[in-house]
Design a binder for this molecule. Structure first.
Ligand code: 6PG
Length: 502
């Protein structure tokens, strides 16, 4: 028998919504669901009659609201942007003070800040929660990044903790996922309160930016192995499967190994990956990360390169035409040893990954100043260990690094990462050089290396740049032999070059 009032409600029964609703119901919470198309709701509820908590189908927002215990908690899994605003607007007149709306979509954090403020002014509470892990994560344990009203999160926390992926408290290792109706018990949930207003969605955006970087780096490793050694997809899959046993152990490496070893179900002969068209789509979170990096003046080239690589991939026809005109080194086999080269590419990938995460955490560090949040970087890395797309053993090293020094200026400065890059960098440099010599694009590998060399440079050529700015625009410069903050201007074209204080 359904309870008179459900514990929680959910709006939006697309793939993520359905899976999250089932996950919630599996953990004993009664959940009321609503979708704009009633048939979808009816079918969904009819197909899932025996969940431990129970699903209650509702046909109007009013019915949904009336079916909930107070304070009401309503999770939205609708398209980010205008649709989210429209659903919120339709709910507001139906809700009472203290009720809680939870946006589980990939909302832009600035929208979340705006919505939280607007709803707070109306006496309602708002949580913007990152939900990562795709369809399977939503169903069996996602990583959850909630931000917004802290008291409201206390009300939601039992549900979020129950449905999140779990990791071992000591090692950070993900605990095996449950089957339908058999929830994972024990362990630390991959859910933690991130901070006020848009903090949760901001951290989810950074997760996605990092996801873009990871995916592009893996593609570059694949392309280099293919181009330099001429290995077939399945052979490269075996390399990734081996890498997945070591320091690169991660979900994205694991699925890459799987993808590369699959046969095309149509031709039955070819590798499936070889018949997939080489154009990548994107929905915008990587772009937001890059735009935000530019806005805040934080160097984060890896995500930007990953976004641009997708853009370049998308202009397929133009590339095909250009390939007939623009000349460069053609595909030619690497003359050195295969094993050593594969190890070098592994090292290049690991070093580039370290730089990419260093940049992502730098972004969060700057954003917390900008938005007056206090982010716990160690625990952010920990909740990313299970359930989400970037889950990786490597994240434990980040948690440990922030455990050693919560005020770490850059991950590269942590002893573990510093030593790792020091040992592996000869291979990284070799791979970037080989990529250039063989005409194989490796934008994240090479920009990662430039980031590393730039970050460790006590002196950059910006002295010349600033001189140029002063020459044509009187933008002034500081001197190496004068205190910081003292500015000078020179009338450069004047042969006598009188220097003036600016
Ligand atoms: C996740 C993913 C998820 C989705 C991205 C992909 O954490 O589960 O990040 O949110 O896969 O939206 O974004 P693109 O379509 O831009 O690749």
């Amino acid at each position: 028998m359904p309870k008179p009032h459900s514990d929680i409600g959910l709006i939006g029964l697309a793939v993520m919504g359905q899976n999250l609703a089932l996950n919630i119901a599996d953990h004993g919470f009664q959940i009321s669901v609503y979708n704009r198309t009633t048939e979808k709701t009816t079918k969904f509820v009819a197909e899932n009659p025996n969940t431990p908590g129970g699903l209650v189908g509702t046909t109007t927002p009013q019915e949904l609201v009336q079916s909930l215990s107070t304070p009401r908690k309503i999770v939205l899994l609708v398209q980010a942007g205008a649709s989210t605003d429209a659903v919120i607007d339709s709910l507001v007149p139906l809700l009472a003070a203290g009720d809680i709306i939870i946006d589980g979509g990939n909302a832009k954090w600035t929208d979340t800040i705006r919505r939280e403020k607007a709803l707070r002014e109306k006496g309602l509470r708002f949580i913007g929660s990152g939900v990562s892990g795709g369809e399977t994560g939503a169903r069996f344990g996602p990583a959850l990044m909630p931000g917004g009203d802290a008291d409201a999160y206390k009300e939601l926390e039992p549900v979020w903790n129950a449905i999140a992926a779990k990791v071992d408290a000591r090692t950070g290792r993900p605990l095996p996922g449950g089957k339908p109706g058999e929830p994972v018990v024990g362990g630390v949930p991959c859910a933690t309160y991130i901070g006020p207003d848009g903090a949760g969605h901001y951290v989810k955006m950074i997760h996605n930016g990092i996801e873009y970087g990871d995916m592009q780096m893996i593609c570059e490793a694949y392309d280099l192995i293919r181009g330099l050694l001429g290995l077939k997809a399945a052979e490269i899959g075996a390399v990734f499967a081996e890498w997945n046993q070591g320091s690169l152990d991660s979900y994205l490496i694991e699925i890459t190994a799987d993808i590369l070893r699959q046969k095309d179900p149509v031709t039955k002969r070819k590798a499936l990956v070889d018949v997939v068209l080489d154009t990548a789509g994107q929905k915008g979170t990587g772009k937001w990360t890059s735009v935000n990096a530019l806005d805040m003046g934080v160097p984060a080239p890896t995500v930007a390169e990953a976004v641009f690589a997708r853009c370049l991939s998308a202009i397929k026809e133009e590339r095909v035409a250009a390939s007939r005109i623009l000349k460069g080194p053609g595909a030619r086999k690497y003359a050195g040893g295969k094993k050593a080269l594969i190890q070098a590419i592994h090292d290049a990938l690991y070093c580039s990954k370290i730089c990419s995460y260093a940049q992502g955490f730098q972004l969060m560090r700057e954003a917390q100043k900008e938005y007056h949040w206090t982010l716990n970087f160690g625990s952010i890395a920990q909740i990313w260990r299970g359930g989400c797309i970037i889950r990786a053993a490597f994240l434990q090293k980040i948690t440990e690094a922030y455990g050693r020094n919560p005020r770490l200026a850059n991950l590269l400065l942590d002893p573990y990462f510093n030593q790792t890059v020091r040992k592996a960098q000869a291979n990284w440099r070799k791979v970037v050089a080989l990529a250039a010599l063989h005409g194989i694009p490796a934008p994240t590998f090479s920009s990662g290396l430039s980031y590393y060399d730039g970050y460790r440079a006590a002196r950059l050529p910006a002295n010349l740049l600033q001189a140029q700015r002063d020459y044509f625009g009187a933008h002034t410069y500081e001197r190496v032999d004068q205190p910081r903050g003292k500015f000078f201007h020179l009338d450069w074209p004047d042969p006598d070059r009188p220097q003036r204080d600016a």
